[in-house]
Design a protein around this ligand. Structure first.
Ligand code: FMN
Length: 189
């Protein structure tokens, strides 16, 4: 099976049965050989990649600007399924980011303006004040997308599908590309 189809099959199962948010995944980035990881949300599935949104001025954004190799890891406890993907990130077109941003609730849009993601602030009041500042600024107007709030598409190079089983006899399938054709190998758990 093509790993993108397998991803969709597992993701749909997770949507049906998972008790929390199946779109949440750990996103790993690195620069200067220092790995970093945090949770983000999968917002769009394309035939050739997976899109999440973030502030490009954040720590992850700065790391990404130096090194566009990214990795994703989903775990759906109710299914005992893990999916790992590694690939490269590409910034999506501004128009696509605009479209997604415009679909967000107004207060989340204002929150994107208010937060200088990953920067140090003196206290929470600073953030609330900035939120109110943008509330006023956009009063009676549509909230436009901050130029730094962007979508990144991860184009996979490898997928690993892990299915938990009894006695640590888990199943692991690794998919990788050889001459643009997906190959599959079984890994020991
Ligand atoms: C479940 C969950 C989902 C999150 N989704 C996003 C997201 O989609 N985009 C984002 O920028 N941060 C998201 N965050 C916040 C990030 O984990 C992180 O705190 C933030 O992006 C700053 O990370 P950085 O300093 O490594 O750039 C989410 C956090 C959690 C716990």
């Amino acid at each position: 099976m093509n790993p993108f189809n397998k991803f969709n099959k597992w993701f749909n199962l997770a949507k049906e049965t998972f008790e929390f948010d199946p779109t949440a995944f750990a996103l790993s980035s690195s620069s200067n050989n220092k790995p970093d990881v945090r949770m983000v949300l999968l917002k769009k599935i394309l035939p050739d990649g997976y899109i999440f949104f973030t502030n490009i001025n954040s720590n992850k954004g700065k790391q990404f600007n130096k090194n566009n190799n990214l990795a994703m890891c989903f775990y759906w406890e109710s299914l005992k399924k893990q999916i790992r993907i590694s690939g490269r990130g590409l910034i999506i077109d501004d128009k696509e980011s605009d479209l997604y941003f415009s679909s967000r609730p107004r207060k989340s849009q204002l929150g994107a303006w208010a937060s200088k993601q990953s920067s140090v602030i003196k206290n929470r009041k600073v953030l609330i004040n900035r939120f109110q500042k943008y509330e006023k600024k956009f009063e009676n107007n549509q909230v436009t997308r901050p130029p730094y709030w962007i979508g990144i598409k991860i184009v996979p190079r490898t997928f690993e599908f892990w299915q938990g089983d009894q006695f640590r006899l888990h199943e692991r399938e690794l998919y990788y590309l050889r001459k643009k054709v997906w190959q599959k190998k079984i890994l020991s758990p």
